[in-house]
Design a protein around this ligand. Structure first.
Ligand code: ADE
Length: 287
């Protein structure tokens, strides 16, 4: 059996979304069932080891499946606080989060990747969205919801795979809606008029909680449909799954390249999240 403990700190995590349930070229070193004051995460956390391209030394990566091992959690059921707190308790300071998205722009075609730099919140305030409550007051800056240092590395890796069929958009605004129903056509057109690039149901509160926990966070999006504004067929689950499955190899290759780059420089703790240290003066309570 696989060990259920891991003694070294883990600095880097991947949160896999719809279609990214595992990673190739990694060795499973442990499977951790973690409980936190905010409950248990979406899935056990797999610790995957991968030799550093620079030193050959094994670098551990924490992998969490956002929708559960069998895709049993709808977007509004995801225990986001437990997910982020569990990763932080392992030592994670850098998160690459993957998400299937609908495209709100003609030039973002199904199977294209987007490295978003902004978010518009269209969740309904029904998901637990902060660690700061019950007498502990905290306000984090969220003007740039993603980590620009991490985004630069992600873009570089994505572009390095362009010869292998990866199409990448360097920036974009995610509209994060509540779901689980898809948008109406009027909403879809409204989001386009707001300048939305893509739409999903998972960016929030995940990105906010990562910021509160002083973790560098960047989402990688893969378009699976044109939502319902386009003259092509309206989005449905089969369409999302079919594009995800057809392009899963590229998605895994993309995430793998990012992890190679991150482990090369051992970015995890030392570099990427340093500027976040102390930003949240109460984060000690969760970290
Ligand atoms: N995830 C994938 N496609 C989507 C869409 N059109 N709307 C919301 N979330 C999505």
């Amino acid at each position: 059996g696989v060990p259920n403990t891991y003694s070294e700190p883990v600095h880097i995590a991947v949160i896999g979304g719809t279609g990214i349930q595992s990673l190739a070229n990694f060795t499973l070193a442990a499977t951790l069932s973690i409980s936190t004051p905010w409950g248990t995460p979406s899935s056990p956390i797999s610790i995957l080891e991968h030799p550093s391209p620079a030193t050959g030394k094994p670098i551990p990566i924490a992998f969490l499946s956002r929708h559960g091992l069998h895709h049993e959690l709808a977007p509004h059921e995801i225990p986001n606080r437990a997910n982020i707190a569990a990763l932080r308790s392992l030592g994670v300071r850098t998160i690459i989060a993957f998400s299937a998205v609908g495209s709100l722009q003609e030039e973002i075609r199904p199977r294209d990747f987007v490295v978003p730099d902004q978010i518009i919140d269209r969740t309904k305030g029904i998901r637990p969205f902060t660690f700061f409550e019950g007498g502990m007051v905290g306000h984090v800056g969220f003007g740039d919801p993603f980590d620009e240092g991490l985004a630069k590395i992600v873009r570089k890796c994505g572009h390095s795979l362009e010869g292998e069929g990866v199409r990448l958009h360097d920036r974009g605004t995610i509209v994060c809606m509540e779901g689980p129903q898809f948008s109406t056509r009027a909403e879809s057109n409204l989001y386009r008029s707001w300048g939305g690039s893509v739409i999903n149901m998972s960016a929030l509160p995940e990105a906010k909680l990562a910021r509160e926990a002083e973790m560098a966070y960047q989402m990688i999006c893969m378009a699976t449909d044109y939502d319902c504004w386009h003259e092509t067929e309206d989005v449905n689950v089969e369409m999302v799954m079919a594009h995800m499955k057809a392009n899963a190899e590229n998605a895994r290759r993309f995430v793998g390249a990012v992890l190679d780059e991150l482990s090369k420089e051992e970015h995890g703790e030392q570099v990427l999240a340093k500027h976040l240290d102390g930003q949240m003066k109460f984060a000690g309570a969760i970290t």
